[in-house]
Ligand binder design. Sequence first.
Ligand code: PHE
Length: 391
Amino acid sequence: MKRKSFILIAMLLIASLLVTACGSKPAEAPAAAPAAEEGPIKIGGIYPLSGAIATFGQSSKKALDLAFEEINANGGLLGRKVEFVLEDNKSTQADSATAAQKLTQQDKVVAILGAVASSNSLAAAPIAQEAKVPMVSSSSTNPAVTEVGEYIFRAAFIDPFQGQVMANFASKDLKAMKAAIMTDANSDYSIGLANVFKDVFTKNGGTIVSEVSFVSGDTDFNAILTTVKNSAPDVVFVPSYYDTVGLILNQAKNNVGFLENVVFLGGDGWDSPALFELAGDAANGHYFSNHYSPDVDSPEVDKFIEAFKAKYNETPDALAALAYDTAYMVFEAIKTAGSADSTAIRDALTKIELKAVTGTIKLNEKRDPVKSAVVIKIEDGKQKYFTTVNP
Ligand code: PHE
């Protein structure tokens, strides 16, 4: 009898608990929005699809579209589709910041890829950092970019390395003693790279015989080129983007007439088919550092070139290779984290080790990879692999 009443009380208690539990949820409550875990995993991108350095963005976009197509064809990530939300920053800092706001606040992406130009990444990074959304720049090389905070990463080597590669190339390979430097005064990339070159070249025993500056958008370089010519340099270092470099090379040869016996040197910012259109044959005989060359044989490079050619019928440049690697860094981080949570992705990125197209990507404590650079020589209007320099 005692036992029976105990069971009865217990049953009543359970029943009342159930009623309370159901009652706490009003029957007419609107259906909850589907949990984010059920939809596609959204990854944002900030790239210059238009404006001064548009070929950088267009090239990157081709590789990114390929990477997202591949990952979805392979079943997506964590059983979900992966969606790419791409924003055009129009090559400007203001639009880079606006894009970062939109992606973090409105689209609620779990990670951001981009930007390309260091100044543009520097405009977007504080917003991604504040929102705790990991941002991986594919190609920004100024050290300050990842210094913004622990949510900011990159796939490219940094300018203290790239500048050293070109200064040593000038001193040791070209045996240059006198260098001129032409800097874009509005570009963090250009200023940073010029400073490193100057430091290393002078430590090597060389002399900087002239330093001049310009800004992106300038089209007439005759006056500063005359100053440079009069300083009689062996080499002229122009750490800028193709839009200005193409015109500078053209005017140096055709207006100011001093390309004989002078070698122009640059960094990754020279990598664009538009450089040859702007410079014509004035581009021949000069050198720049870069992240990748299609002429280097590796299984990763071969596989990437094959897939890229099959889709676009063209050979990918370094922007494409870096963008592709950046997408796979984030895919890999989501896989190893087993989660599409932004902080889990951030943590997984710090531990990543990826055999990528542009080399093995493993990040140091500053969230920068330590990778080789290649030196490219321009010959017959084409890029020719010259040498590889290891860190
Ligand atoms: N490194 C450049 C920057 O930081 C961007 C760039 C990378 C341009 C690779 C061309 C190729 O601004």
